[in-house]
Design a protein around this ligand. Structure first.
Ligand SMILES: [Zn+2]
Length: 178
């Protein structure tokens, strides 16, 4: 999960990454920053869009991610705790899916690998089959976790963020009207 971190300029990425980032609630730069905040590698401070919390340069008067003018959505100096927690739950969910796929595949593998030992006599071939199957399923589940688990986790994490963000925006709108 290291595809984040590239700064995107919506003005120049209309055809390329725009479609990929359109579904993202948060900008790539905010995602990278949220990861760093969660890892304790970055302070939660700076200048952020008052609507989508995209990190902004001091001179910006319009958000480069959502396009909203800061006159309507005054810049904030920190990302709200609720947004960071939202991101944490997303990453947890992504990790859970990847681990579940990996351990699920491995469990099936151990059972499959034990079958020759259970059904046949313990002989050289069944021991070789045991280790062969174990290695095979280990590689298979690692692969599945990286491909299937990653994309499943991404989709599930996305749905969580979209739902929680919609709720957050609704609440924010009723509490503080900028
Ligand atoms: Zn914005």
């Amino acid at each position: 999960m290291t595809e984040h971190g590239t700064a995107t300029n919506p003005a120049t990425s209309e055809n390329g990454e725009a479609s990929a980032t359109a579904k993202e609630v948060f900008s790539d730069r905010l995602l990278g920053l949220l990861d760093d905040i969660l890892a304790g590698q970055a302070p939660n401070a700076g200048r952020f869009c008052g609507y989508c919390y995209h990190p902004l340069a001091p001179t910006r008067e319009t958000c480069t991610h959502c396009g909203r003018p800061l006159a309507d959505w005054p810049a904030v100096a920190a990302v709200p705790r609720a947004v960071i927690e939202m991101h944490r739950r997303r990453r947890n969910r992504e990790g859970l899916v990847v681990r579940t796929v990996a351990w699920g595949g491995l469990s099936v593998g151990v059972i499959a690998a034990l079958l020759p030992l259970a059904l046949g006599d313990v002989a050289l071939w069944s021991v070789i089959a045991f280790f062969g199957l174990l290695v095979f399923f280990y590689l298979l589940s690692a692969n599945l976790a990286n491909s299937l688990g990653d994309s499943l986790g991404y989709a599930w994490g996305q749905s969580l963020v979209r739902r929680e963000w919609a709720r957050f925006v609704k609440q924010r709108g009723s509490e503080v009207k900028p």
